[in-house]
Design a protein around this ligand. Structure first.
Ligand code: SAM
Ligand code: SF4
Length: 321
């Protein structure tokens, strides 16, 4: 499916639940406790929506949230997506805390790739990053399981919502060298206003290059369906940089998002939404749903509003990252 700017839309990210066992302050304010799981879409409803995306030529699906491992029907949904053969790539983004005991079954059910969020390797700092104490060991166990399970790929996502000390950067560089993962650094997006201040693309690149004593080499490699640019460290190990505020990836935007309450969002950083679940619950056919989605996609804007965006109508945890 193409939008009116000639971009091919081939990737959907579906948020299975708003609930989360963590409370990362850049994602959800601490006063909001995890949401109830009462009004979730059923696997049947998701399959109707995904069937429409498949008809429109979407090739990849990512399961996210909230914390997608808290979606009570995850195994059933994953198996049904996998058996359908509609998508060439099925991936998940998780905080990793429940992954240690589930990585094997998720892999067996057809999950291809896993992204795990990890914002610090220091226990005390990690606690402030996730708004909860003593969580780092479970996340590290989840990462170890994911690596051992044999997924096609494991990525680590690190949001830079603050300036890092050189010592922290050296620590993470040593893990990057040791673990067989693709490590990506993500610029803070202003979903919680200007409370957080992380480095811009230029600041982060120059901190890395100063510590490494050499310039990083830009690579042509692309992993998955996302907007990251990849760079080679002096050792040859590759890292990804996603700086959606410093840079603008809108020209190559290939994605749509579905919220856990069944709304389609054509841009992460714009509030335009269409209610798909209402149509599904009123019995729309997959064909008509596909026609409707295609029509809505023609209204996708050329660019996001970026830092000029007013406070977004939905915080990150209600959109799905
Ligand atoms: N709970 C899962 C997790 O943390 O991986 C999946 C959902 S989370 C919303 C998806 C991704 O969005 C995570 O990598 C998280 O760090 C990132 N994220 C959340 N709020 C963000 C923000 N304001 N700016 C940049 N990334 C953010
Ligand atoms: Fe939960 Fe992920 Fe948001 Fe952190 S970033 S609060 S783990 S949904």
């Amino acid at each position: 499916m193409q939008d009116s700017w000639g971009r091919t839309i081939e990737y959907v990210r579906i948020s299975l639940t708003e609930a989360c066992n963590f409370c990362c302050p850049y994602c959800r304010p601490t006063e909001i406790t995890p949401y109830s799981q009462e009004h979730l879409l059923t696997p049947d409803e998701w399959m109707t929506i995904l069937g429409a995306f498949h008809r429109l030529g979407v090739r990849a699906v990512r399961l996210t949230g909230g914390e997608p491992l808290l979606y009570p029907h995850l195994n059933e949904l994953l198996e049904r997506i996998s058996v359908s053969n509609w998508f060439e790539d099925i991936s998940i983004t998780t905080n990793g805390s429940y992954l240690a005991s589930r990585a094997n079954e998720l892999h067996a059910l057809g999950l291809d790739r896993v992204n795990i969020s990890l914002d610090s390797l220091d226990e005390a700092v990690f606690d402030t990053c996730v708004g909860k104490s003593k969580q780092l060991p479970s996340v590290l166990a989840g990462i170890r399981s994911a690596i051992q399970t044999g997924f096609k790929q494991v990525k680590i996502n690190t949001v830079l919502s603050r300036y890092w000390t050189d010592e922290e950067v050296r620590d993470v560089l040593s893990y990057i060298e040791q673990w067989p993962v693709v490590w990506r650094f993500i610029e803070y997006m202003p979903f919680q206003g200007s409370t957080f201040h992380g480095p811009s693309f230029d600041e982060w690149l120059s901190q890395l290059e100063r510590i490494l004593g050499e310039a990083l080499q830009p690579l042509k490699d692309v992993y998955g369906f996302g907007p990251a640019s990849y760079w080679a460290l002096p050792s040859g190990k590759e890292i990804g940089l996603i700086f959606s505020m410093s840079h603008n990836y809108c020209d190559s935007c290939n994605r749509l998002r579905l919220t856990a309450d069944g709304h389609m969002r054509v841009c992460l950083l714009r509030d335009d939404e269409s209610d798909l679940i209402d149509l599904v619950r009123n019995g729309i056919t997959v064909e008509n749903l596909a026609t409707y989605i295609e029509h809505v996609v023609q209204g996708k804007h050329k660019q996001h509003k970026g830092i000029n965006m007013d406070t977004p109508g939905r915080p990150m945890w209600r959109i799905g990252g």
